[in-house]
Design a protein around this ligand. Structure first.
Ligand SMILES: NC(=O)c1ccc[n+]([C@@H]2O[C@H](COP(=O)([O-])OP(=O)(O)OC[C@H]3O[C@@H](n4cnc5c(N)ncnc54)[C@H](OP(=O)(O)O)[C@@H]3O)[C@@H](O)[C@H]2O)c1
Length: 291
C-alpha cells in the first residue's frame, strides 16, 4: 500500500487517481472530513483524517505501508518537524521506500520553505531508508489563472521583471506515479522537475494574451491572496510565520531569478514536458467548458 500525504492538495488530487488507475492500494492522509469524503468518493478506501503535527497520527499513517509519498502542506509552521517525524516513523515501521516531494534548489537558505526541505532531505538521506527526492520548480497553478480568465489580469506578488521556471502539476504527478510504480529503479535518486522556458510576468502576460486572444495585463500585488483567504482561523504564531515565509519569497524572487533545466523531467517522462502555453490552453478550455 502507498501512503500519500497532503492527499487533497495540488499534487494529491492529481496523483491519487493516477495511483488508483495503475492498480495500487492507496492510503490518503488529510486534515478535514470534507476532504476525506471527497477522496472516498473518488475510490480511496483507506483515508486517515488527522493532523500530521501530532506524532500519534504520523505513527498511525505509516503502519503497514510499503511506499510513502510525502508532501509537506503549504507554509505549515511545523513543516520541518512533520518531515522529520514522517521519516523517523517510516523507518520504525519498516517502510520500503520514501519519496519526498521537496523543491527546486532546496539549498537556497534565504527561502524559509526551501531551507526546511533541505533539512528534511538531509534527515532522509541519513535515515537508512530507500528514498527518492523530487524537486519541483514553481507550480503552474490553475488558481493563478482565475483572475486572468475572469478579469483579464495576471497578478504576482514579486518583481514582474524577474524570470522563473515553472512545472505542470500533471507532469510532477506523472513522475511521482512512475517512481512509486517502480521504486527500486529510482532508488537513491534526486530529480529536478522543471518545465521548459523561463518567464517574467510580462512574458506570462504575452502567452496569456496569445492564447486568450485578448490583451491581458500584469499587476504586482502586495501579498499572496490564497494565504490570507485559506487561513482565516490562523493563530498569531501561524500568521507571523506565514508572513515571514511570504516576505522571504517576495524578497528572493524580486532580487534573483528562479531557474531550472527541463532535461531531467524530459528524460523521466519520455516526452516533452508541458509548456506554459500548453498549460494555459488546457486550463482555458476547461474554464470555457465550465469545469
Ligand atoms: N506552490 C509551488 O509552486 C510549489 C513548488 C514546489 C514545491 N512546493 C511545495 O509543495 C508543498 C505543497 O504541495 P501541495 O501544494 O500539493 O500541497 P497543498 O495543496 O498545500 O496540500 C493541502 C493538503 O494538505 C492537507 N493538510 C494540511 N495541513 C495538514 C496537517 N496539519 N495534517 C494533515 N494534512 C494536512 C490538507 O488537508 P485538507 O484537505 O483536509 O485541508 C490538504 O489535503 C509545500 O511544501 C510547498 O513548499 C510548492
Amino acid at each position: 500500500m502507498i501512503l500519500v500525504t497532503s492527499a487533497n492538495g495540488n499534487q494529491g488530487t492529481r496523483l491519487v487517481p493516477k495511483l488508483l488507475e495503475a492498480g495500487h492500494h492507496v492510503r490518503a492522509c488529510v486534515q478535514s472530513s470534507a476532504s476525506a469524503d471527497r477522496l472516498r468518493a473518488r475510490g480511496v478506501e483507506d483515508v486517515v483524517v488527522g493532523d500530521l503535527a501530532d506524532p500519534a497520527v504520523v505513527a498511525r499513517v505509516v503502519r503497514d505501508i510499503e511506499s510513502v509519498y510525502h508532501v509537506g502542506p503549504t507554509i505549515h509552521p511545523v513543516e520541518r518537524a512533520i518531515g522529520f517525524a514522517m521519516v523517523d516513523a517510516a523507518r520504525a515501521a519498516g517502510v520500503g521506500h520514501f519519496v519526498f516531494s521537496s523543491v527546486l534548489h532546496a539549498i537556497t537558505t534565504d527561502l524559509v520553505q526551501h531551507e526546511i526541505k533541505r533539512d528534511v532531505e538531509e534527515h532522509l538521506l541519513s535515515s537508512g531508508l530507500e528514498f527518492t527526492i523530487l524537486q519541483p520548480s514553481n507550480y503552474m497553478l490553475p488558481r493563478r489563472l482565475k483572475p486572468v480568465f475572469e478579469e483579464g489580469v495576471f497578478r504576482l506578488s514579486w518583481s514582474l521583471d524577474r524570470h522563473q521556471s515553472m512545472v505542470d502539476l500533471e507532469d510532477i504527478t506523472d513522475v511521482a506515479a512512475l517512481v512509486l510504480g517502480a521504486p527500486e529503479r529510482h532508488a537513491a535518486a534526486t530529480y529536478e522537475l522543471v518545465g521548459p522556458g523561463r518567464f517574467t510576468a510580462h512574458d506570462i502576460g504575452r502567452v496569456l494574451t496569445t492564447v486568450l486572444g485578448r490583451e491581458i495585463g500584469v499587476e504586482r500585488v502586495k501579498s499572496e491572496g490564497f494565504v490570507d483567504a485559506r487561513h482565516d482561523d490562523r493563530d498569531s504564531d501561524t500568521r507571523q510565520y506565514q508572513a515571514r515565509v511570504v516576505g522571504a519569497i517576495q524578497a528572493r524572487y524580486s532580487s534573483h531569478d528562479f531557474l531550472g533545466n527541463p532535461n531531467v523531467l524530459t528524460y523521466l517522462l519520455g516526452r516533452s514536458p508541458t509548456t506554459f502555453e500548453d498549460f494555459v490552453r488546457r486550463e482555458y478550455a476547461a474554464f470555457q467548458a465550465g469545469n
